[in-house]
Design a protein around this ligand. Structure first.
Ligand code: CP
Length: 337
């Protein structure tokens, strides 16, 4: 039987996701457990993190397990991912050995590897994550690559805590300005999980260039067909915010400009008004606001929005701990069966 990974929520059925959320809710009430007793997880960070690292390390500890954090290229050897590469460059070992050796030591492997932001046709292959999934003999968890499935579960858990049933709630995923082009991972993920839970989703972005990769737009359309709800694209801020139950903000780089970002900069600089502010939130149906964090205040959202009762970003961040414990426990249990 092939190893079960947690790479993308689309690989998991709705009942399976619901079971993870139910277990996560139990972990909010009972934080200490033995689900990972004697087990360990290697957390490979190719990029920086605050929440993901802290919540995975702490989550493993609270369930009786142990986490080992590695930063390849910094405190661990740089890794080669190519096939058939003559390794005369900086990389000292191949992912085949890294994944196989770690699989002899640990029970789970977490991977964070952002895009290189040079060529989307390469980045969209999610090469680092898929290589670990290919070569590892233990379950691999996506800690954010070109999607962020752990964030998805934490997000939907926070929405359910505040709204109950999510079906046909109006959900706005809004692009926001940021001085640099950022990863599309959280936006892809928000689109997938909101449509998975039957919400009426509006993707609000400045121009058609900011529409997300067709793979994720197609997942979202398929989710609507299977779960109800709806999906539309808007470039009209007020129309999108009007009556919204949820506003989820994220900045991302326009895919047609990957690798030639100087061409994108004048476009993004024109749309600083996409900031989430009190005027826009007043158009909503007493809507909730959230963001995956980290967030630049008064660039993506104002102080007033961040400090308002509508803001559930910290609840969502807390839920990272609970959902990741549920994911680790489920994967370890599955591997033992
Ligand atoms: N939201 C999130 O993944 O936070 P970090 O980048 O701090 O891990």
């Amino acid at each position: 039987m092939s190893t079960r990974h947690f790479l993308n929520t689309q690989d998991w059925t709705r009942p399976e996701l619901d079971a993870l959320l139910a277990q996560a809710a139990r972990f909010t009430r009972e934080r200490i457990g033995r689900d990972l007793a004697g087990k360990s997880i290697a957390l490979l960070f190719f990029n920086a993190s605050m929440r993901t690292r802290t919540s995975f390390e702490l989550g493993a500890f609270q369930l009786g397990g142990h986490a080992i954090v590695l930063a390849p290229g910094k405190d661990a050897w740089p890794i080669e991912f190519g096939t058939g590469t003559v390794m005369v460059g900086e990389e000292e070992e191949h992912v085949a050995e890294v994944a196989r050796v770690l699989s002899r030591y640990v029970d789970l492997i977490g991977v964070r590897a952002f895009p290189k932001f040079q060529d989307w046709s390469l980045d969209r292959k999610d090469r680092v994550l898929n290589a670990f999934a290919k070569y590892a003999d233990v379950p691999v968890i996506n800690m954010e690559t070109i999607t962020h499935p752990c964030q998805e579960l934490a997000h939907v858990m926070a929405l359910k805590e505040h709204l109950g049933d999510l079906k046909n709630r109006k959900y706005v995923l809004t692009w926001t300005y940021h001085p640099r082009p950022l990863n599309t991972a959280v936006a892809n993920s928000a689109l997938m999980i909101a449509t998975r839970y039957g919400m009426d989703v509006t993707l609000l972005c400045p121009t058609p260039e900011y529409i997300l990769d067709p793979r994720y737009m197609d997942f979202a359309r398929r989710n609507v067909a299977e779960n109800g709800g709806s999906l539309k694209i808007s470039h009209d801020i007020d129309e999108a915010y009007r009556g919204a139950d949820v506003v989820y903000a994220k900045s991302w780089g326009a895919i047609p400009y990957f690798g030639r970002w100087s061409g994108e900069k004048p476009i993004r600089d024109r749309y600083r008004d996409f900031i989430v502010d009190e005027r826009k939130m007043a158009l909503t149906n007493h809507g909730l606001f959230s963001h995956c964090l980290p967030l630049r205040r008064n660039v993506k959202a104002t102080d007033a929005v961040m400090d308002s009762k509508a803001c559930i970003a910290v609840d969502e961040a807390e839920n990272r701990l609970h959902v990741q414990k549920a994911i680790m426990a489920a994967l370890v249990k599955g591997a033992a069966q």
